[in-house]
Design a protein around this ligand. Structure first.
Ligand SMILES: [Zn+2]
Length: 170
């Protein structure tokens, strides 16, 4: 049990990578502004229906806010051209052009497709983080940090198991 807690602590900390001294961004406000601009079709299912649709690991992450172990996800070091959709509802969330290697162990993006993601304060495990959620099905994706190395300054840290890559058609 102790080992499990230690591993979880390491994962949670890794996901945060380093503490950032940058100014906190009001993601809730951003989310509300975005919701007004972009209408989205809500996908509502019972937990029993989700359990049929998703495998055990996908369910744990998308529906129970789990985290996959770092450096294990299929999209961590995946750099093909296309779109990363939500593994729960197929909503397009990130373009491959926004993906970068953060060395964090999870797929990282510097921006999302407009209006597809909502943000929520997450105070679990003694940390203050901003959770990112699929606006369409309310599936847990990961967290966002404002320590990104690109012009946007953002790092969307996403579980591979929350994503389903669609390759660009030539
Ligand atoms: Zn979704």
């Amino acid at each position: 049990m102790k080992k499990f807690i230690l591993i979880f602590y390491l994962i949670a900390n890794f996901c945060g990578c380093q503490n950032t001294t940058r100014k906190q961004i009001d993601f809730n406000k951003t989310s509300q502004e975005m919701s007004k601009k972009t209408k989205i079709k809500k996908i509502i299912k019972t937990e029993a229906e989700w359990k049929v649709l998703l495998n055990e690991d996908e369910y744990r992450i998308l529906r129970e806010k789990g985290t996959e172990a770092p450096h294990t996800g299929i999209y961590n070091l995946h750099f093909e051209n296309g779109t990363y959709n939500c593994a729960g509802c197929n909503s397009a969330l990130f373009e491959s052009s926004a993906k970068f290697d953060s060395n964090c162990g999870w797929p990282s993006f510097d921006k999302s497709i407009d209006g597809k993601i909502s943000y929520s304060i997450d105070k679990s495990f003694g940390m203050l983080r901003t959770e990112i959620i699929c606006r369409s099905c309310d599936g847990h994706l990961g967290h966002i940090f404002n320590d990104g190395p690109t012009q946007t300054g953002m790092r969307y840290c996403v579980n591979s198991l929350s994503l389903d890559f669609k390759k660009e058609k030539n």
